[in-house]
Design a protein around this ligand. Structure first.
Ligand SMILES: Cc1ncc(COP(=O)(O)O)c(C=O)c1O
Length: 413
């Protein structure tokens, strides 16, 4: 949302106008090229983007599709997850993670998140596999909760920071689970794998990964778009069939598929923007470092935690405050945009009452959702804007401290 045209000194949560203005010539060139060739769906512009995006992610293959949700659903299906299988993920993510699992016919089951990184807790995953599963007659791993085979795990690289992939991959190996990364918020994020002794990009560690190019993402289309990355040619072929009505050859349908293809114009736009992504990600990291400095030492806040193995790309800059709602109200009055990602964990959403979870089942996710707030974060965010955001936050927290001190004084008087 671009609000600065409404109120001169407002600071939007996200500015999508400026970066597109900067690239206007190149982007309209893509449109002109598509008009000349009338190749609107699939074709060379899509293939060229797919190849460039695979290279960017350090994966052998990338298959462009029509959204991140489709990418994740197709990846899950293409990796061989069957209807009725259990897929393990986290409750603290955008609903699309779980929609993709259940719309692939699988049963989502949750493990809690780590309280500092907000990503899948390795301890909780291990506890789930050791204590909430059993071996069936054929040796298959069964969930005690549903009695169904557990076959895959979907770690989400939330806010632009990768989940702790080494231990997740080794647990998955031990229990024969397929790992599918939800990398929808993590284009270009890196993880230092001790096992491989090198930095690995999001989208290059699981059997397959899903990316979203929703406009507000670090790499965003001018509309809906997504991609699957994988090193597995079989997975890639199955995704291609799924995205195109179950056909590899026109009108020969081996399975029932979907209309999940990407428009050539969106692929062309993404290809142009991909050339700027590393610079934009570096700017996001700078902006995050600036916030870290400006907000350091404020005892009422918890700032983002980045482990030494992580090189995060700050899709979102998320802090934690006990009076989160009060702070958001204060910032709104100062014309500063904020967001909550996400206010209700998925196990407590009305859409998932059928999963039979309840309050208290995932306490870390529940307390995070009550206290987190996302501050303005985009590559073009200016230092003076950040200084004003920090100034208002400090003003709010010191006012709260004064109010507390006052009430304690009244009580003790
Ligand atoms: C973590 C996560 N998973 C999946 C998705 C779904 O992507 P899309 O909106 O492109 O379908 C998103 C994007 O919003 C996301 O943030």
């Amino acid at each position: 949302m671009h609000m600065s045209s409404v109120i001169p000194d407002s600071i939007p949560f996200l500015d999508l106008v400026t970066p597109h203005k900067e690239l206007e010539e190149e982007l309209t060139g893509v449109f002109r090229k598509a008009l000349v060739t009338a190749g609107f769906i699939g074709g060379p512009m899509v293939e060229e983007f797919e190849s460039a995006f695979a290279t960017f992610c350090g994966a052998s293959l990338s298959i462009a599709v029509s959204s991140g949700t489709d990418a994740l659903r197709f990846a899950i299906m293409a990796c061989g997850v069957k209807p009725g299988d259990v897929v393990v993920t986290v409750p603290h993510t955008f609903i699309a993670t779980v929609e993709a699992i259940s719309q692939a016919g699988a049963i989502p089951e949750f493990v809690d998140i780590d309280k500092r990184t907000y990503n899948m807790s390795v301890e909780m995953l291990q506890q789930f596999l050791e204590e909430q599963c059993t071996r069936g007659r054929s040796g298959q791993l069964l969930s005690l909760r549903s009695g169904r085979p557990v076959t895959a795990v979907v770690p989400v690289h939330l806010y632009g920071q990768m989940a702790d992939m080494d231990p997740i991959l080794s647990l998955a190996g031990k229990y024969s689970l397929t790992v599918i990364e939800d990398a929808c918020q993590a284009h270009g994020a890196e993880y230092f794998s001790k096992k491989l002794n090198r930095w690995m990009k999001a989208g290059s560690m699981g059997r397959a990964a899903a990316f979203s190019f929703y406009p507000g993402k670090n790499l965003g289309a001018c509309g809906e778009a997504g991609a699957v990355t994988t090193d597995d040619a079989g997975v890639a072929d199955r995704v291609k069939v799924l995205r195109d009505h179950g056909q590899l050859k026109k009108y020969y349908h081996n399975i029932e598929g979907y209309n999940g293809r990407l428009d050539a114009i969106q692929a062309g736009i993404l290809h142009v923007k991909l050339g700027h992504l590393s610079k934009w990600n570096a700017l996001r990291r700078d902006r995050a470092a600036e916030y870290n400095q400006l907000l350091a030492g404020n005892e009422d806040l918890s700032l983002p935690y980045e482990p030494s193995w992580s090189n995060a790309v700050y899709h979102l800059y998320v802090i934690r405050a006990s009076d989160r709602d009060g702070m958001m109200k204060h910032l709104k009055q100062a014309h500063i945009g904020t967001g909550i990602h996400y206010p209700i964990p998925l196990h407590l959403q009305n859409a998932y009452t059928r999963l039979n979870y309840g309050p208290g089942d995932f306490p870390v996710a529940e307390s995070a959702s009550a206290e987190i707030v996302s501050l303005p974060m985009f590559p073009q965010l200016a230092p003076d804007q950040q200084a004003r955001v920090a100034h208002e936050i400090v003003a709010f927290t010191s006012k709260t401290v004064c109010k507390l001190a006052e009430s304690e004084h009244i009580l003790s008087a």
